[in-house]
Design a protein. Structure first.
Ligand code: LLP
Length: 424
């Protein structure tokens, strides 16, 4: 069921008309649907259960770190995968229990490690021998025992955009899988840490499960070898990465059920509880970005539709050539006429482009359009480039909506800077 739908010819999120919110708070803004968020979590979690998998689902906070989004998921039992102290603090503030939080990331600062240990989180995923030693030292100083996973790099091509592919040898992530025996033996001898798990994450927006099958099979072999070496593992972490449809003409990415089956087939025989770190799959299609037409410019060669949102608000199109559907909030009909135009933002660089040569209904100044699939890596990757203010985020639940991040004010924007004393 789709919770972004036209009711009386105007686009709604659940029972709330987008135009009503736009009139109240102005554009641009992000808007999320609680029912969609919960449905995605439920479908994912049910798929694991149905396939007999004992899985702790740790939502990848980086996809959308708004406290209300995290809390919506925490309330139904979801854990969190965090990659910085900021994300860890957010997960805790949103009510995720510490024993459901995993701290991933290729480089954690000493302060971040200390904070994570102090909070007794479930596990820290380690990506280098250097980091193992640092965690061991910090844990010993704090008189603690920390459960860790070592992230292994299976050297598998995830078949996704090069900037979000993480499981090949040339990527900075994890430790070469061939070195697992060596590194676990070392870890087992370090005080303060207990290597209890193995982690992999091969990339994001995966549209085929074959790379997962390869990576998880390699992982299963490695785990068997580690167990033969006397390493006792309590669980394994299979990361995130399941893709979502961005374009209605795309082939549909694998379903959670198909994903669960691949997990069962590759690592099921190990009989270890698993952890999963989905981000985009949960929140990507639970959100839209809403923006207004500032002006249309008709050049000799091309038409440009200039919106009030820009690459600082949604960077995916220019950074990864990401496709987002762009639809008017007023429903089209058989009489609607279309043009082909470049859809751009007002920022002063040519990269500030959302879509090239897109067929779109004719729009007038002030018309509002919605960008689909913008719930993941939209607001979370936004910036204030061109000294533009961070835009609001709205959460809808049925006929209720709440501003879950307000529009930054110009005072707040200016207050971030200080004029050096000698310039005063
Ligand atoms: N676990 C780890 C260790 C990760 O690095 C990531 C994503 C995830 C889980 C969640 O992956 P997901 O299920 O969301 O695919 N900004 C990019 C995506 C970057 C993904 C980074 N790591 C984009 O907009 O496409």
């Amino acid at each position: 069921m789709n919770h972004f739908d036209y009711i009386n010819h105007t686009l709604h999120v659940e029972d709330v008309a987008i135009e009503k919110i736009a009139a109240e708070i102005g554009t641009p803004f992000y808007i999320y649907s609680t029912k969609t968020l919960l449905r995605h979590y439920q479908v994912f979690s049910d798929a694991m259960k149905k396939n007999g998998l004992d899985a702790l689902i740790c939502y990848a906070v980086k996809a959308n770190p708004n406290l209300s989004v995290i809390k919506t998921l925490a309330n139904v039992g979801c854990g969190a995968d965090v990659v910085s102290e900021g994300e860890l603090r957010k997960a805790l503030a949103a009510g995720v229990p510490a024993n459901k939080i995993v701290f991933s990331g290729v480089g954690k600062s000493h302060d971040e490690i200390k904070y994570a240990i102090e909070k007794n989180i479930h596990e820290i995923n380690v990506e280098s021998y250097g980091e193992l030693e640092v965690i061991s030292q910090i844990a010993v100083n704090m008189n603690k025992q920390v459960e860790i996973a070592i992230r292994l790099n299976p050297d598998v091509d995830a078949g996704t955009h090069e900037k979000i592919s993480t499981g090949k040898k040339e990527n900075k992530f994890g430790i070469d899988m061939e070195m697992a025996g060596q590194i676990y033996a070392k870890a087992a001898n370090l005080p303060g840490i207990k290597p209890v798990s193995v982690a992999v994450h091969i990339g994001s927006q995966l549209t085929s499960l074959e790379p997962c099958r390869k990576a998880f099979s390699k992982l299963a072999e490695t785990i068997t070898a580690l167990q033969g070496q006397g390493i006792k593992l309590k669980r394994l972490d299979l990361g995130g990465g399941i893709g979502i449809p961005y374009d209605k003409n795309d082939t549909i990415p694998p379903s959670p059920d198909e994903y669960a089956k691949v997990i069962k087939e590759t690592v099921g025989h190990l009989n270890l509880p698993i952890m999963l770190e989905p981000g985009r799959m949960i929140v990507g299609n639970a959100g839209m970005m809403i923006t207004k037409v500032i002006v249309q410019k008709n050049g000799l060669d091309r038409k440009f539709i200039i919106l009030d949102a820009a690459m600082n608000d949604l960077i995916r199109p220019t950074l990864y050539n990401g496709h987002h559907e762009i639809i008017p909030i007023k429903q089209t009909n058989a009489d609607t006429q279309y043009i082909t135009a470049d859809i751009v933002g007002p920022i002063c660089e040519s990269g500030d482009i959302f879509a090239k040569g897109r067929k779109i209904p004719i729009l007038n100044i002030g018309d509002i359009v919605a960008f689909g699939s913008a719930g993941a890596y939209g607001a979370s990757m936004s910036s204030t480039y061109n000294s533009r203010r961070l835009i609001p985020e709205i959460l809808v639940d049925g006929n209720k909506f709440a501003i879950i991040r307000k529009r930054q004010t110009y005072e707040e924007l200016l207050a971030l800077d200080k004029i050096a004393a000698w310039l005063q």
